[in-house]
Design a protein around this ligand. Structure first.
Ligand SMILES: *Cc1c(COP(=O)(O)O)cnc(C)c1O
Length: 362
């Protein structure tokens, strides 16, 4: 028997969440963002469930090739654009749309030999200061692109830094509107947080939901995935492979950081940080045993984690342990809660699911 741990990718959850994004999009077309191997789910595993998207947005040219290899003939957008001049050949061959965020990328286009003009998304740095042209340089970049025979349509794009937080989108939206005033072309602004929280203001022609498609609430803990009517799309589950009876004063795991203050029964699950479970999730991180909510105890080891069996007195080796996602009997452990306990976000947990965990679509 293989080690009792597996991950499930939920096709129905993906399709449901994508439909939620579309319902919020005010008629805009929807890019399903599948960068980082579909947020750790696997591009090939999510593809069928996300076919209803209008396009796939990603970063890596290898991932774009994989989407085309699956038979997708619709739009594919490179969110960071090309990384060197040669990449434009692949864009021509696979008909990839690409972001243009710095001058050099326009130089490369200007010397690219192609019969088929390319569709580009011109990125404005509206305040996040990651990628994009500064507002004062934006129109000149647009004019340069627009004059190139290698370029078909120029769409206009920016990205919000605090759509999930108190800052909101108003300031960056105003910068975008000023910088793009009077320019023709489709517009795209919204990530998941903007779509969930500021759809009216930010939806435009295309929206770019990522984390919400994968059932994560971008503004957790202010709001939960259930609040946004999102379903889990990834379950990480293992089994108990050991049980220990502790006396008062007994310690658990490396460093003995958890000390029993009374007699208690604990279980040991076959999941550790080498499976992608966050090592920084301390004692008290929520976990389900046979669908019953309990807590982790002590440090996460490479291959194991201890759990409190007080709420699950019948648990024994072989009992199902849900680290996140869907548990038995309709139970759910939101990945956001586990991420929060580990001081991170659901994005990171999904993306960190380890190669060694057998994963299948369910
Ligand atoms: C990752 C990304 C998104 C999706 O962001 P979520 O917060 O996951 O919805 C949208 N746009 C760009 C440019 C991105 O890089």
């Amino acid at each position: 028997m293989p080690r009792p741990i597996e991950a499930l990718v939920h096709g129905d959850g993906l399709a449901h969440n994508l439909a939620r994004a579309r319902a919020l999009a005010c008629g805009a077309r929807v890019w399903a963002v599948v960068k980082a191997n579909a947020y750790g789910h696997g591009i090939e595993r999510v593809f069928e469930s996300l076919r209803a998207a209008d396009g796939f947005a990603l970063l890596d040219l290898g991932e774009a090739e994989r989407v085309r290899a699956l038979g997708w003939r619709g739009p594919v957008l490179l969110l960071e654009g090309v990384f060197e001049a040669r990449d434009l050949e692949l864009c021509s061959r696979l008909n990839l749309w690409h972001t243009v965020h710095r001058e050099e990328q326009i130089d490369w286009l200007a010397s690219h030999k192609t019969a088929q003009p390319q569709r580009v998304f011109l990125k404005l740095n509206s305040g996040m200061n990651r990628l994009g042209f500064a507002p004062h340089a934006y129109r000149a970049a647009w004019a340069r692109l627009n004059a190139l025979p290698q370029v078909d349509e120029v769409a206009l794009m920016t990205h919000f830094a605090d759509a999930d937080g108190a800052g909101g989108v108003a300031e960056q939206l105003a910068v975008f509107e000023r910088a793009t005033e009077g320019l023709p072309g489709e517009r795209t602004l919204a990530n998941s947080a903007a779509l969930l929280r500021h759809a009216q203001a930010s939806a435009a022609d295309w929206v770019r939901p990522g984390i919400m498609v994968y059932g994560g609430a971008p503004d957790h803990p202010q709001h939960t995935a259930a609040h946004w009517q999102l379903q889990p799309t990834m379950t990480l589950r293992a089994q108990l492979i050991g049980v220990q009876q502790l006396a008062r004063g007994d310690r658990v795991g490396y460093g003995g950081t958890f000390v029993a203050d009374a007699a208690m029964r604990i279980g040991v699950a076959a999941c550790g940080y080498a499976d992608g479970y966050p090592r920084h999730a301390g004692t008290g991180t929520p976990v389900l045993v046979d669908g019953v909510r309990t807590r982790t105890l002590g440090r996460v080891s490479m291959d194991m984690i201890a759990v409190d069996l007080a709420p699950a007195p019948h648990a024994a080796p072989g009992s199902e342990v849900t680290l996140w996602g869907r548990g038995p009997h309709g139970s759910v452990l939101p990945i956001d809660e586990v991420a929060h306990a580990a001081g991170t976000v659901s994005y990171e947990l999904m993306c960190a699911l380890a190669q060694r965990v057998p994963t299948r679509v369910a």
